[in-house]
Design a protein around this ligand. Structure first.
Ligand code: GLC
Length: 567
């Protein structure tokens, strides 16, 4: 398997290159928190257009937009009320076209988020379903059932939603509808041809507008086996462990029939439209989503879930590259997104020693390691080593940017941002927080609007206070402050992305033996050597010219918790 090196392609060739995505650096924008051009406290489409020069200077190949569609924001826009429009608070379709043109003119691709498992309860179809009768065609677009109990007063099953609370909500005539997420996110009935056709229409709508690719939200949830009697939550948990497609709600084999149809549509375009699945499935089942006959690529969240640890990183890379070889897709790498605690913070929290714990204990330990437990307990600053977290994040990012495959970056990580822990309950927005009081802190801390400048009402995000409160420490990490500091994280990302383009060639990686178990060393074609020191003491570097390091070298040696690139 070989892919063309992006660096030797002119922008025109790149535009038509069907392999542009294979080793792309993709930047995720959470539009409502990126840049507010119209002074309403919410980021918008014109705000993205205004920052295209910043994105280009960062050195990206593509931009992925989280949902910008009309939405009541019950789940940050992942509750879509109209799939073929722009939220009026964020702009218009004309603004979208202008933004897409600006992104393309800057030599970047545009990916948008598609949310096919559920709509918003404000979607015209769901409103129609509510007004319609039991058994009607309008109700058949969603998943309505009669309840249990003498008068149907109990939900059809005991299933819990991902955000906590029950996954069934009752409507005035007594029926219940299914929502795997918040109650404002009713699940579509994908057995209904009308739903399938409507999503084909949506994919065509955006593809015709020049969108280059799609990120598919909870791609593993669409098809369900709802034959009666419905199993209990406990039975589903057991089926889930089997990882064989027998779970009635998630990762069913039939879902790939939908993606095969989508693939036919994608391939009608030149270059073919791309797609990446967000599918939290076992590694053994991920390849189905990444198949060239389906979506073509799937997120691999393995590095995101791992500790900063040489052995863990090495085994994840080896496994995923082997899988990429077998499927023909390129691998994907990601440390941060809008759903998880930022990696600079995760890496700065005290390590949990899991040795000696039973399986359940280990699972608990892993959970507290993801930063959520720390946030939930109030985000005690004395437990967070900000400097160490950022130092490791910089090293990890340089490790990841050198891997074959595409790298997905999340807005603000180029500023080395930490999670914002200081958000009062009254200011939180995430349904996970409200549906799970005391158990789940939610995801608002990584969605706080970006600091562009050290001063002004909202650190340059806009002219009025931002929709989520920004902390004082944003002043020190604002983009404008980092722009002129050669040692800043922003400039490290810029330099790394520039070199990545220059050095990137075929999707090959070979490990280089070394005797220190805390050091990983690999080499890419053209002699691009990458050394990461996960340990606490400095190590000697191999022969070669160091072109970039995540922290300055000390007497030619690579300090603790750092990465160097050599040629
Ligand atoms: C995905 C999104 C997440 C959203 C959920 C429901 O996991 O990344 O933000 O809440 O789907 O749409």
């Amino acid at each position: 398997m070989s892919a063309s090196p992006l660096s030797v392609l002119s922008p025109d060739t790149l535009a038509a290159d069907p392999n542009w995505w294979r080793q792309a650096a993709v930047y995720q924008i959470y539009p409502r928190s990126f840049y507010d051009a119209n002074a309403d406290g919410l980021g918008d489409i014109l705000g993205i257009t205004a920052k295209v020069a910043y994105l280009k200077e960062l050195g990206l190949d593509a931009v992925w937009l989280s949902p910008f569609y009309p939405s009541e924001l019950a789940d940050g826009g992942y509750d879509v009320a109209d799939y073929r429009n722009v939220d009026p608070r964020l702009g218009t379709l004309a603004d979208f076209d202008e933004m897409a043109a600006a992104i393309h003119d800057a030599g970047m691709k545009l990916i948008v988020d598609i949310v096919p498992n559920h709509s918003s309860d404000q979607h015209a179809w769901f409103q129609e379903a509510l007004a319609a009768e039991k058994g009607s065609a309008a109700r058949a677009r969603y998943i309505f059932r009669d309840g249990q109990g003498a008068n149907g007063e109990l939900p059809p099953s005991d299933w819990g939603s991902v955000f906590g609370g029950p996954s069934w909500t009752q409507v005035p005539d007594g029926q219940w509808y299914l929502h795997l997420f918040a109650s404002e996110q009713p699940d579509f009935n994908w057995d209904n041809r009308e739903i399938r056709d409507d999503f084909l229409k949506t994919l065509r709508f955006w593809s015709d507008r020049g969108v280059d690719g799609f990120r598919i939200d909870v791609a593993h949830a669409l098809t369900k086996d709802l034959s009666e009697p419905l199993p209990s939550q406990a039975q589903i948990r057991e089926l889930e462990k089997l990882n064989n497609g027998s779970n009635p709600l998630w990762d069913r084999d039939e879902v790939h029939e939908i993606y095969a149809e989508w693939r036919t549509l994608f391939n009608e375009y030149n270059p073919p439209r791309t797609a990446v699945a967000e599918a939290w499935v076992d590694q053994s089942r991920r390849a189905r989503y990444a198949s060239t006959k389906g979506l073509g690529q799937a997120f691999n969240f393995d590095l995101l879930m791992a500790d900063f640890d040489a052995k863990a990183f090495a085994s994840i890379v080896t496994k995923n590259l082997a899988e990429a070889d077998a499927t023909g897709a390129s691998s994907t790498w990601v440390f941060s997104n809008h759903d998880v605690v930022r990696h600079a913070t995760r890496y700065g929290l005290p390590a949990v020693v899991a040795e000696g714990l039973d399986e359940e204990g280990k699972e608990q330990a892993a959970k507290s390691q993801d930063g959520k437990a720390w946030l939930l307990a109030g985000g005690n600053e004395s437990e967070l080593d900000r400097e160490l977290g950022l130092r490791r994040a910089r090293a990890a990012t340089m490790f990841m940017l050198a891997l074959p495959g595409s790298a997905y970056l999340y807005q603000g990580e180029e500023l080395g941002l930490h999670e914002v822990s200081e958000i009062a309950p009254a200011e939180r927005q995430d349904p996970a927080f409200f549906r799970n009081a005391g158990i789940e802190v939610g995801r608002d801390g990584c969605r706080v609007p970006l600091p562009w400048t050290a001063e002004s009402t909202s650190f340059g995000f806009g002219d009025v206070p931002a929709h989520l409160p920004q902390p004082e420490w944003f002043a020190g990490v604002a983009a404008s402050v980092q722009d002129t500091d050669p040692t800043s994280t922003l400039n490290l990302y810029r330099k790394a992305l520039e070199l990545r383009r220059e050095l990137q060639a075929d999707e090959e990686l070979s490990w280089v033996e070394n005797t220190n178990p805390e050091v990983l060393h690999f080499v890419r074609p053209n002699g691009w050597n990458v050394v990461t020191n996960f340990g606490a003491t400095a190590v000697e570097l191999p022969a070669g010219t160091v072109v970039l390091s995540s922290v300055p070298l000390v007497d030619g040696a690579l300090p603790a918790e750092a990465t160097a690139w050599l040629v």
